[in-house]
Design a protein around this ligand. Structure first.
Ligand SMILES: *[C@@H]1O[C@H](CO)[C@@H](O)[C@H](O)[C@H]1NC(C)=O
Ligand SMILES: *[C@@H]1O[C@H](CO)[C@@H](O)[C@H](O)[C@H]1NC(C)=O
Ligand SMILES: *[C@@H]1O[C@H](CO)[C@@H](O)[C@H](O)[C@H]1NC(C)=O
Ligand SMILES: *[C@@H]1O[C@H](CO)[C@@H](O)[C@H](O)[C@H]1NC(C)=O
Ligand SMILES: *[C@@H]1O[C@H](CO)[C@@H](O)[C@H](O)[C@H]1NC(C)=O
Ligand SMILES: *[C@@H]1O[C@H](CO)[C@@H](O)[C@H](O)[C@H]1NC(C)=O
Length: 199
C-alpha cells in the first residue's frame, strides 16, 4: 500500500524529524497540513495559520501498519517556566527544549486508523481537544507532532483517566510529560514539528 499522495516529494527522511536534542525522537516523518500551510520539520508558521487542527497523514515510505491504531500528540516544548510557576519549582518541571522552559500539551487524540490517501481518521473524542498555539512571547516555540502506536490494551496514565486534559486551561495542560506514554507504547513511529512566535 502506498501513502503520501498529498505530498509525495517529502518522503520519510534519514534525519531526525523531531527537534534536535529532544526526546523522544524518530527519523520517520509524519505528514501534517493546516488549512493553508504544510508542516515540514522546523518550518516557521504564523499563529494565524494554526487555529484549527491539521490533517495528519502517513508518508509513502513510512512503515506504518494500516490495520494498527494510533495516537497523535502535539506539544509546545518552549513554555517559559515563569508562565507556569515560581523559581523555587523550576527544577520540578518537565524540561522543555531551552533552559528555563517546560512543555504544554496542545492535542492528544487516540483511536486513529489510516484511511483514504493515508489520512489518519479517528473514531472517538480526543483525550485532549486541540488547542491552538498562541505563543505569548517573541522567542520561537517548538510545536512537535508525534504519532504513537496505540496497543489494543492501551492503559492511560492516571491524569488522563481522571479527565485532566479535557480542560484546555494552562493549569491542566502545562508541564506535560510523554515519559509514561513512551514507557507504555514505545518510541513514536513518526513525527514532525514547526516553530511559531508572537512577533
Ligand atoms: C486560508 O486562506 C484563505 C484564502 O486566503 C482564507 O480565506 C482562509 O481564512 C485561510 N484559512 C486560515 C485558517 O487561515
Ligand atoms: C511537573 O510534572 C512533574 C512530573 O510529572 C511533577 O513531578 C511536578 O510536580 C510538576 N511540577 C509542577 C510545578 O507542577
Ligand atoms: C534561568 O532562570 C534563572 C532564574 O530566573 C536565571 O537566574 C537564569 O539566568 C536563567 N537562565 C537562562 C539561560 O535564562
Ligand atoms: C478509544 O475509544 C474508546 C471507546 O470510545 C475509549 O474508551 C478510549 O478511551 C479511546 N482511547 C483513546 C486512546 O482515545
Ligand atoms: C476526532 O478528533 C477531533 C479532534 O481531536 C474531535 O474534534 C472529533 O470529535 C473526533 N472525531 C470523532 C468521530 O470523535
Ligand atoms: C524563528 O524561527 C525562524 C525560522 O527558523 C527564524 O527565521 C526566526 O529568526 C526565529 N525567530 C526568533 C525570534 O528567533
Amino acid at each position: 500500500m502506498k501513502y503520501g499522495i498529498l505530498h509525495p516529494l517529502v518522503a520519510a527522511a534519514a534525519l531526525a524529524q523531531t527537534p534536535p536534542e529532544s526526546h523522544p525522537s524518530t527519523r520517520s516523518n509524519l505528514g501534517a497540513s493546516f488549512e493553508n500551510v504544510t508542516v515540514t520539520p522546523g518550518v516557521w508558521i504564523s499563529p494565524d495559520d494554526v487555529g484549527s487542527q491539521p490533517i495528519v497523514y502517513a508518508r509513502k515510505k513510512l512503515e506504518i501498519e494500516h490495520h494498527n491504531t494510533y495516537m497523535i500528540f502535539m506539544l509546545d516544548l518552549n513554555i517559559p517556566d515563569s508562565d507556569v510557576t515560581t523559581l523555587a519549582y523550576y527544577s520540578s518541571l518537565v524540561p522543555g527544549l531551552a533552559v528555563n522552559t517546560t512543555t504544554r500539551l496542545h492535542w492528544w487524540g487516540g483511536n486513529y486508523t489510516i484511511g483514504k490517501h493515508g489520512l489518519f481518521v479517528n473514531s472517538s473524542e480526543a483525550v485532549a481537544e486541540y488547542t491552538a498555539p498562541r505563543p505569548r512571547d517573541s522567542t520561537n516555540h517548538t510545536y512537535t507532532l508525534y504519532l504513537f502506536e496505540q496497543p489494543r490494551d492501551y492503559v492511560f496514565p492516571k491524569a488522563a483517566l481522571e479527565g485532566t486534559y479535557y480542560s484546555q486551561t494552562a493549569e491542566a495542560r502545562f508541564n506535560f510529560t510523554l515519559a509514561p506514554i513512551v514507557k507504555e507504547v514505545g518510541e513514536p513511529v513518526a513525527a514532525t514539528y514547526f516553530l511559531s512566535n508572537n512577533p
